[in-house]
Design a protein around this ligand. Structure first.
Ligand SMILES: NC(=O)c1ccc[n+]([C@@H]2O[C@H](COP(=O)([O-])OP(=O)(O)OC[C@H]3O[C@@H](n4cnc5c(N)ncnc54)[C@H](O)[C@@H]3O)[C@@H](O)[C@H]2O)c1
Length: 412
């Protein structure tokens, strides 16, 4: 990414320089977008993708599809507000969105239970794809999504963008690239947050539609745990229940059934041990990652009270093995505000780079798959009360080889 262009976004967005003629613009000049996106699913996350595509400025939104007229209206307004260049096409169907030759890539931000069906159609196109997390609601469906993605001749990216949050990007550089804690032996994560927000059709209150809370929301955290462990889960034990949230909530005569607290223990194939703690009835948001290695310990936290400012902190202890430190990694506020603490902006930057180079930089197909497997195994463990051997939840036709060959076609 061109740093000078990044630095100019703050000035380009403001009104203070609006009086300038185009020929007097250098730092604030708009460049022609290189790519054109179609957005499939224009709710909360689809609109976040629109905002970030526009903030980054490397792609325009050429068309949108959503069966909800309100979502379409809000997304169209957002596009009109920020991108006066041209009106987006409003597709009448997914088929129309897939068939539009004016787009290079589709961003799929529909509810979890629709991902497989949408992907089955989307891979019929020659377009690159960004599919939101979780890639599917069950291990079997996730495996089918992976097979579709592996055989697609274009870039396929999965929406596990928490890797780009400032604290985790810093932690990854320190632990994985610089190996500051030495050999990793344990990875612990915590997510304490407010309840699930309202959604179109309230799909996120029902495990059949989400895959269960530990698949829906927590696939992000299992992805991070898998990343820092450098391995995939071998065995998963979990306890959890629906303690507080939506216990009296019904929709279309169906009782909400998502769990809102859990403790999960993971044994990884390489011997790393992992723990994950979830509470979804906290009046704020705290995320925490602790990685312990044989020469150090790193803790990364993101913390905010409801409506308050976010505090980021990464703490490294190295004792006599090297320098210890405390840092506060952050992104410019206008990037952080564009969604998920700036991680979605950097996801878009990498997606645009991937489209330019034709090379996928991840999260990989394997990352998408194992983040669902960990969550689904944890949900299964809560259900059975026993530890789940991950090999037993894998599909009969599972082939680890395919996960190492993402982006390459089976037939060469
Ligand atoms: N990466 C992240 O951090 C993150 C954050 C939030 C949500 N998500 C994911 O994004 C997806 C959407 O979540 P959301 O919060 O935007 O939900 P939402 O309910 O706000 O929006 C979903 C939209 O999809 C539309 N839709 C439903 N079925 C469709 C279909 N078959 N084709 C096209 N549109 C369809 C709905 O009408 C709605 O407008 C989910 O998979 C969710 O897990 C990811």
């Amino acid at each position: 990414m061109n740093r000078q262009v990044v630095d100019s976004r703050m000035f380009r967005r403001g009104r203070a320089l609006a009086y300038l003629e185009d020929e007097d613009r250098y730092l604030t000049a708009d460049s022609e977008p290189e790519f054109r996106f179609g957005i499939v699913g224009c709710g909360m996350m689809g609109q976040e993708h629109i905002r970030n595509a526009q903030l980054l400025g490397r792609a325009s939104v050429a068309g949108i599809y959503d069966p909800s007229p309100r979502s379409v209206a809000h997304a169209s307004e957002l596009i009109a507000q920020r991108d006066g260049r041209s009106e987006p096409r409003i597709y009448a169907s997914l088929e129309e969105a897939c068939a539009d030759p004016a787009t290079d890539a589709l961003i799929i931000a529909t509810p979890n239970f629709t991902h497989l069906e949408v992907m089955r159609q989307a891979v019929q196109t020659g377009k690159a794809l960004l599919l939101e997390k979780p890639i599917a609601t069950t291990v079997a469906d996730a495996w089918e999504v992976c097979r579709l993605a592996a055989n697609h001749r274009q870039i396929v990216r999965f929406g596990l963008q928490y890797r780009h949050k400032a604290i985790y990007a810093e932690a990854a550089q320190a632990v994985l690239d610089q190996k500051v804690v030495g050999r990793v032996h344990s990875v612990n994560m915590l997510e304490h947050r407010f309840p699930f927000l309202d959604k179109v059709g309230q799909w996120n209150k029902f495990s059949d539609f989400t895959g269960g809370t530990l698949v829906e929301k927590c696939c992000h955290y299992f992805d991070l745990m898998n990343l820092f462990a450098g391995s995939v889960p071998r065995s998963v034990f979990a306890v959890g229940n629906q303690a507080v949230n939506f216990r009296d909530f019904t929709y279309e005569n169906k009782q909400a059934d998502g769990i809102d607290q859990a403790q999960v223990t993971i044994e990884y194939e390489n011997g790393v041990i992992g723990g994950f703690a979830l509470c979804m009835f906290a009046p704020g948001m705290r995320e925490e990652l602790i990685v312990c290695g044989d020469v150090g310990r790193l803790q990364a936290c993101e913390n905010s009270l409801l409506g308050g400012e976010t505090e980021n902190r990464v703490e490294l202890w190295r004792g006599e093995n090297g320098a210890s430190s405390i840092s506060h990694p952050s992104y410019p506020p206008y990037i952080a505000r564009a969604g998920h603490h700036g991680s979605t902006f950097f996801e878009h930057a990498e997606f645009a780079d991937d489209l330019s180079t034709g090379q996928s930089s991840g999260p990989s197909i394997a990352d998408g798959f194992w983040s669902v497997v960990a969550g689904a195994a944890a949900q299964a463990s809560i259900h059975s009360g026993a530890a789940v051997d991950v090999a037993e939840v894998l599909p009969d036709d599972f082939d680890a080889h395919l996960l190492g060959r993402e982006g390459q076609s089976d037939d060469g």
